[in-house]
Design a protein around this ligand. Structure first.
Ligand code: 5AD
Ligand code: SF4
Length: 385
């Protein structure tokens, strides 16, 4: 009998792509083979993104095309399984919104440890943590991916060993806050989880800082980088995404001296205005961000930094936006993923701040920043409107 086939259509970030590799691993372990196209598979897995409304619209558009296609050819459509960040809506709402979906696969069931089916033979993505506890007020991820959970050191190293045995040379460590890896085991600090507190204003929240206690000695993430670098066969290590709040001096020193670590560091700032950063519940000020950048550049002048920025966040005044413009000129990022603020139902900013910047003005601010930051690589720049 012919094997049943699966096809995975992936939207969104690297974490989704990595999850899809492990979903593929799970299907293959159950005897399925990969179909060449969604039009000819038995099971179609749609791995969704919800970071902005546009991302959700894309998944809806894709499912619409699937429905139209099978209606047109008059054939039985595949079984459709939805996973990824749109699962934050909850099953009931999802089945109502997208009646074509047959089954919903919660992201946390994808897990860390299923063997991944990788297309690349030299470079591998390795998830080192899932979820997020940071609760930046605009962000859906803590709701869609749940609580931050670091993967065990031994499990990560075993995966690296297996990859090395198979000839892999480059590793990218993945997580929403990679540099906070292992810190939740030290305990939560002062910052309270917002999920526990349904009714609040921004004033009820503590000041910006890491949600974790500060480690004494070498931070866990630095130990992990050192352990992976110790494999002679590993030539290059990348990691994403880092945050500015757990970017300890020991990490900066390690990046400076350990040349297996890529010289490109991705460090989202989101805004150059302290007032906006505060409303976003980010764990730092622009001064602290600048300090990290200056220390990185001092540790090795070859280090280049890229960023993510949101323009038109709720209540962003012209003066606050100008602060981001000024800082962008000062810092000279290598690349900037500039996004237009998209209020996400269920997040804190959606509940407590009106989305009061007109779209045309958001677009204008986007163009201004995109020009400034991405001027040197304009044709290959990331466009994430
Ligand atoms: N609107 C616009 N951009 C967002 N991001 C996250 N949430 C939103 C939102 N609601 C951006 C941030 C983050 C990147 C992955 O997506 O800049 O770093
Ligand atoms: Fe979202 Fe902030 Fe967590 Fe990043 S750190 S995933 S922006 S809540």
């Amino acid at each position: 009998m012919k094997n049943k086939t699966y096809y995975i259509h992936t939207f969104g970030c690297q974490s989704n792509k990595s999850d899809s590799e492990r979903i593929a691993g799970d299907y293959e372990a159950r005897g399925y083979t990969e179909a060449s196209d969604w039009r000819v598979c038995d099971e179609l897995i749609v791995n969704t993104c919800a970071i902005r409304q546009r991302a959700e619209d894309r998944a809806k558009g894709f499912l619409h095309n699937v429905r139209v296609h099978f209606n047109e050819i008059g054939k039985q459509r595949p079984k459709i399984i939805l996973t990824g960040c749109m699962t934050h809506h909850g099953n009931e709402k999802l089945y109502e919104m997208l009646p074509i979906v047959d089954e919903i696969l919660p992201i946390n069931e994808v897990g860390f440890n299923t063997a991944a089916i990788r297309k690349d033979v030299k470079h591998a993505w390795i998830p080192i943590s899932t979820g997020c506890n940071s609760f930046c007020t605009y962000c859906i991820v803590p709701y869609s991916r749940g609580r931050e959970q670091s993967r065990d050191f031994e499990a990560i190293i075993t995966e690296v060993e297996n990859l090395v045995d198979r000839g892999f040379e480059e590793i990218t460590l993945l997580g929403m806050n990679v540099n906070s890896w292992g810190l939740e085991k030290l305990g939560i600090g002062f910052r309270k989880l917002m999920m526990e507190n349904k009714e609040f204003t921004r004033d009820d929240l503590p000041d910006n800082q890491s949600q974790y206690l500060t480690p004494t000695g070498t931070p866990p993430f630095v130990k992990l980088l050192q352990a992976i670098s110790a494999f002679e066969q590993i030539k290059k290590i990348r990691f994403m995404t880092s945050n500015p709040w757990d970017f300890h001096d020991e990490l900066i020193a390690e990046i400076g001296r350990n040349k297996k670590i890529d010289r490109y560091v991705h460090l989202p700032i989101q805004s150059g205005s302290n007032a906006v950063l505060y409303r976003m519940n980010r764990g730092y000020t622009k001064e602290r961000y600048l300090e990290v950048i200056n220390k990185l550049r001092a540790a090795d002048p070859d280090i280049v930094v890229g960023t993510d920025i949101i323009v038109g966040f709720a209540g962003e005044t012209e003066a606050e936006f100008e602060e981001t413009v000024q800082l962008s000129k000062e810092i000279d990022w290598k690349v900037g993923f500039v996004a237009i603020y998209s209020p996400r139902p269920g997040t804190a900013s959606f509940r407590i701040y009106p989305d009061d910047i007109p779209h045309a003005e958001k677009k204008r601010r986007w163009e201004v920043l995109d020009q400034i930051i991405n001027k040197d690589n304009f044709d290959s720049r990331p466009v994430v409107i």
